[in-house]
Design a protein around this ligand. Structure first.
Ligand SMILES: [Cu+2]
Length: 175
């Protein structure tokens, strides 16, 4: 092998090693794998933000995502979304959400999501938000949510407004 060829081989090996880490953005704890945690930028004075991710349970027993913490917010909760009278309502899942044995759960806009309540600063596109997620069996997992621009998420019905309503009516109002 010539010197040039071996340099080229080394460069190729490096790039194939580097690419999956950069693209995958994944985490693992026990049987639980977490893929691509992301968030959306928030309005300048927003007090809540949302986080989304895909959870794969490779084990033979169900597990539950029960909550967690993040230094950017006062609380981190697992929320569900239901439609009541054509209004999106979010609810804190106090007992968490189950990921069945061998199953995959996608937390996404309009469905289950992570809610960051009491943001200390607005979330800006391009930022990385650290958080620790807690599973009933797999325990605690440190992840990083990548904050994406709102414009990039325009294709999905934006729960931005309902997040605000939600934060105010559900967490601070009385029913
Ligand atoms: Cu919510």
């Amino acid at each position: 092998m010539t010197k040039f060829a071996s340099l080229l081989a080394a460069a190729l090996a490096l790039s194939t090693l580097a690419a999956p880490a950069a693209l995958a953005h994944a985490y693992k704890a026990g049987d639980i794998s977490i893929k691509h945690p992301w968030s959306r930028e928030t309005a300048p004075r927003a007090k809540t933000g949302a986080g989304y991710l895909t959870i794969v349970n490779g084990g033979g027993e169900a597990d539950r995502l029960i909550g967690g913490t993040s230094p950017v917010a006062e609380r981190l909760e697992v929320h569900s979304v239901t439609m009541i009278d054509n209004i999106m309502r979010m609810r804190h899942q106090e007992n968490g959400v189950e990921i069945p044995a061998g199953g995959t759960l996608e937390l996404k806009p309009g469905g289950y999501h992570i809610m960051l309540i009491g943001l200390k600063a607005p979330l800006k596109a391009g930022e990385s938000v650290p958080a620790t997620l807690e599973f009933a069996k797999a325990g605690k997992v440190d992840v990083t949510f990548k904050v994406e621009a709102l414009s990039g998420a325009a294709a999905t019905p934006a729960p931005a407004a309902s997040h605000g309503t939600h934060g105010e009516t559900q967490h601070h109002g009385k029913h």
